[in-house]
Write a protein that binds this ligand. Structure first.
Ligand code: ZN
Length: 198
């Protein structure tokens, strides 16, 4: 019965591999990929919640595709708020990436329905304990408004970008206010802030 012995040996190896897979977190990675794959089958969000709770859409000066130095255009919108203002996820989804780069400084990317990636940049700091793969909702704090990356020297703001599978799109038409419109509204249209570089 040589084949029985051989089969049991193969089975033992498989058990060890499976154990290693679970111990090293390979199953978490696989689960994350499975969740992301599922997102691709869903249609993208048609409305995005304003990432900064108290900022109204009207306060955003549209700088989509505004020139940013030689050969670069603004691939998103800047939302100005005091340093340290909590940044909430605009969508449900999963944290896709947390990291630093030259332009964005400290950044968090969230993947949502349709495989769209939402990019939050210039963070002063990250929300405590957030990790790649975490499930987020529109109530999840991702980090705090700052001036990291090329936003140094500008008023603190969140750079918000939306990337479809074929490239960046303007987030502004998709954004919707979190704050309920009040009768005694401040004149939000006046004094809109604009960053010319970040
Ligand atoms: Zn920007």
């Amino acid at each position: 019965m040589r084949w029985v012995r051989r089969l049991s040996r193969i089975f033992a190896v498989l058990v060890v591999l499976l154990l290693l897979f679970v111990i090293t977190g390979g199953s978490d990675t696989l689960l994350f990929y499975a969740r992301v794959a599922r997102l691709y089958t869903q249609s993208p969000d048609s409305r995005l919640a304003m990432p900064l709770e108290d900022v109204s859409k009207k306060a955003i000066a549209d700088t989509w595709q505004a020139p940013r130095g030689i050969g670069r255009r603004h691939e998103g919108q800047d939302i100005f708020a005091p340093r340290g203002t909590p940044i909430l996820s605009a969508t449900n989804g999963f944290i896709y990436k947390i990291g630093e780069n030259n332009l964005g400084g400290q950044t968090v990317s969230v993947i949502g329905s349709g495989g769209r990636v939402y990019y939050y940049a210039h963070l002063d700091s990250y929300a405590k304990g957030i990790e790649v793969g975490d499930r987020v909702t529109t109530r999840t704090v991702l980090g705090y408004v700052g001036t990291t990356g090329n936003a140094q020297g500008t008023p603190p703001h969140l750079h918000f970008g939306v990337y479809t599978t074929t490239g960046a799109i303007n987030p502004l038409p998709l954004l919707s206010d979190r704050i309920a419109p009040t009768v005694t509204k401040k004149k939000e249209n006046k004094g809109r802030l604009v960053s010319r570089k970040a």
